[in-house]
Ligand binder design. Structure first.
Ligand code: FES
Ligand SMILES: [Fe+2]
Length: 346
């Protein structure tokens, strides 16, 4: 079950070009995406209105898309402008483009009722374009995990010391920190503060200080579009970083991560982790990206293994612990939003 009347990340800016179509499945639907002559993203269902051949097997002619079965040619608006062997082109020979808007280096798509697609509802991800931050795009394809199983993981950082023992880490203290939860109609905010803890392994190449450190993770989870945005970082302990007085040598980061269901059982995970220090040193951003990529592969391993067991035991009850508080709230808000959408559609 997916929310439909929300904006989802369909692609990262660098994936969309004017000379090549991107074929991608989102919310169970096959799509083709590319850029029109002005550079704006275009998204169509990956099927020709004529005999349903996949458009992704077609070709771009300028910013028009030709189906390479019987040669129909479509404009970015979806209008058909050429039917070989036929003069008159009826109004039914039209592709229905999905609303898609590029903002903050992300292409956002609306796959619900197009009349409700208001670009003002696109969530804020301005850090990705802000000159005060540097980030590289990252992507994980979960071939075998439902998006809610991944959401559970992102709402519960008690796993950091175990799944990421040798990377993001932090040890047992990651599970001992009691997060502060704030609930909103759009989702939740989770704030985690670690006082005087060891420097996690992945920061060893980035920090000019050693432990003990103060560490913070303050993140928001929006159910619409499954978007995580987080302010996080580390500073030498005892300098007031946890009270908001971040010293000049603090390592400050901002991340934007989005889960877009591919199918019920597979998920696209688009991520950026930005550094807000040493902006002139591209190697910092590259190293951060490399380390995060390793850590996210650790998540993928345990989550896909967990999903396989869940699927094999669909009736087995899970037994809760204190660390589940945020994910339980996240699931409850999602449930409310799904029934509200189903109610509105009925
Ligand atoms: S199926 Fe596309 S032109 Fe016939
Ligand atoms: Fe993780």
């Amino acid at each position: 079950m997916f929310l439909r009347n929300v904006w989802y990340v369909a692609a990262q800016a660098h994936e969309l070009t004017q000379d090549k179509m991107l074929a991608r499945k989102l919310l169970g639907e096959d799509l083709v995406l590319y850029r029109d002559a002005s550079g704006a993203p275009v998204a169509f269902p990956d099927r020709c209105v004529h005999r349903l051949a996949p458009l992704s097997a077609g070709r771009l002619e300028g910013d028009r898309l030709r189906c390479m079965y019987h040669g129909l040619l479509f404009e970015p608006s979806g209008r058909c402008v050429d039917v070989p062997g036929q003069e008159r082109i009826g109004p039914n020979l039209k592709l229905k483009p999905f609303p898609v808007v590029e903002r903050h280096r992300l292409a956002w798509i609306w796959m619900g009722d197009p009349a409700l697609a208001d670009p003002a509802l696109i969530p804020d991800a301005h850090w990705l374009e802000d000159p005060a931050w540097r980030a590289l795009p990252g992507y994980v394809h979960y071939e075998r995990a439902n998006y809610v199983t991944i959401m559970d993981n992102l709402l519960d950082f008690s796993h950091l010391g175990y799944v990421h023992e040798n990377t993001l880490g932090g040890g047992r203290v990651s599970a001992e920190v009691i997060p502060k939860l704030e609930l909103f109609d759009w989702g939740l905010r989770v704030s985690r503060f670690y006082s005087a803890v060891p420097l996690p392994a992945y920061l060893k190449n980035l920090a000019k200080f050693e432990g003990p450190i103060d560490r913070w993770q303050i993140y928001e989870w929006r159910l619409a579009g499954n978007l995580l945005t987080m302010d996080f970082g580390s500073a030498p302990a005892g300098k007031g970083a946890l009270e908001g007085n971040r010293p000049p040598d603090a390592l400050v980061f901002q991340t934007v991560q989005a889960l877009t269901p591919e199918t019920e059982g597979s998920t696209h995970y688009f991520w950026h982790v930005a550094n807000g220090f040493n902006l002139d040193d591209a190697s910092i951003t590259a190293e951060l990206h490399r380390q995060t990529d390793i850590a996210f592969a650790e998540d993928k391993f345990i989550i896909q293994a967990q999903q396989a067991v869940i699927d094999a035991h669909p009736d087995e009850k899970m037994v809760g612990i204190a660390a589940d508080a945020a994910l339980n709230q996240g699931r409850a808000i999602l449930k409310r939003m799904l029934s509200a959408e189903a109610g509105a559609a009925a």
